[in-house]
Design a protein around this ligand. Structure first.
Ligand SMILES: [Zn+2]
Length: 302
């Protein structure tokens, strides 16, 4: 059995969980809130979705001039910007880590959306100037979700530094899960927000060659002190999905073995998402999935 309760120490950070709604005042039959806020530092908040089967985490960065959400959550009904508004009144923008449905659920609530500018994402700009994410990229059919076309307020170049005022993060292009996957690195505080590039559960490999190259690039940036936060929790959805430098090295090494045909996989399926795949165990709850077919019959990879 996997342990459901985990304790991890994050040097220098207080980890404080604050349910967004004051549950004590709610009627007993009221549903618990979709979003749960975890304050990681004075400028960084993790917003988890413990009731959602993919256990997503989005992150709010708060500078002195502006605030930036990294991902918009999976939930389309509750407004994640209200959660952010409960934390900061700075002008708010949202950057998706990539264009999968479970990271764009709250997109329609944001007035200002950022997007990485790559040949892949450029393809989605239509004549009307709006970005239309096609279903084979978005994959919303899995959860019966659609995404509206959206206006991009700011295109970001890979390697570009986003200055939020007293807080700077560098955009890293880290393809492998998807071609458009990005991570944010705060060099000053040595924090990496890794999206679906790295999280402590099943990692969905879209392209192993790209993934290994991105992991090598990540390992050049991070060190054993880096605080690394991913976009999906492991077994316990109440814990912020934190990872270590050692985890990243182990994932990288396993992917190299898979690529070389030297790793032993096992057949894996999941009632909510995965019809079939090959699963390669890394360590703890971390594993790598390849040859993925989703429950709606579609294959995954590029
Ligand atoms: Zn994804």
């Amino acid at each position: 059995m996997r342990s459901l309760v985990k304790i991890f120490a994050l040097a220098g950070f207080t980890l404080l969980s604050i349910p967004f709604a004051t549950q004590a005042q709610d009627a007993p039959e009221a549903a618990s809130p979709a979003f749960v806020v975890h304050k990681l530092t004075d400028f960084l908040y993790a917003i988890g979705e413990p009731h959602y089967y993919q256990k997503n985490f989005s992150y709010l960065l708060v500078g002195t001039n502006q605030a930036l959400m990294f991902d918009s959550g999976a939930n389309q009904k509750e407004d994640i910007t209200e959660v952010a508004r409960g934390i900061t009144d700075k002008p708010l923008s949202m950057l998706p880590s990539h264009l999968h449905f479970d990271h764009l659920g709250g997109l329609h609530n944001f007035q200002s959306i950022y997007l990485v500018d790559t040949p892949f994402t450029r393809r989605f700009k239509r004549k009307d100037g709006l970005y239309h994410v096609p279903e084979p990229v978005y994959l919303g059919n899995i959860d019966h979700m659609v995404v509206p076309p959206f206006k991009v307020a700011r295109l970001l170049q890979p390697g570009e530094t986003i200055d939020l005022g007293g807080l700077k993060v560098r955009l890293m292009s880290v393809p492998g899960h998807t071609p458009d996957e990005v991570a944010l690195y705060d060099e000053t505080h040595n924090i990496l927000l890794a999206g679906d590039h790295l999280y402590p559960s099943w990692l969905l490999a879209g392209n192993l060659k790209d993934y290994v190259a991105s992991l090598d690039a990540t390992l050049k940036v991070i060190d054993p002190q880096t605080a690394i936060y991913g976009a999906h929790a492991d077994e316990d959805p109440t814990q912020v999905p934190a990872m270590t430098y050692g985890d990243v090295r182990a994932i990288r090494d396993k992917m190299v073995q898979i690529q070389a045909g030297r790793a032993k996989g096992e057949a894996f399926s999941d009632p909510e998402l995965i019809k079939s795949s090959e699963l390669y165990k890394v360590e703890k709850d971390i594993s790598i999935l390849t040859n993925i077919r989703f429950n709606d019959g579609r294959g995954y990879g590029y």
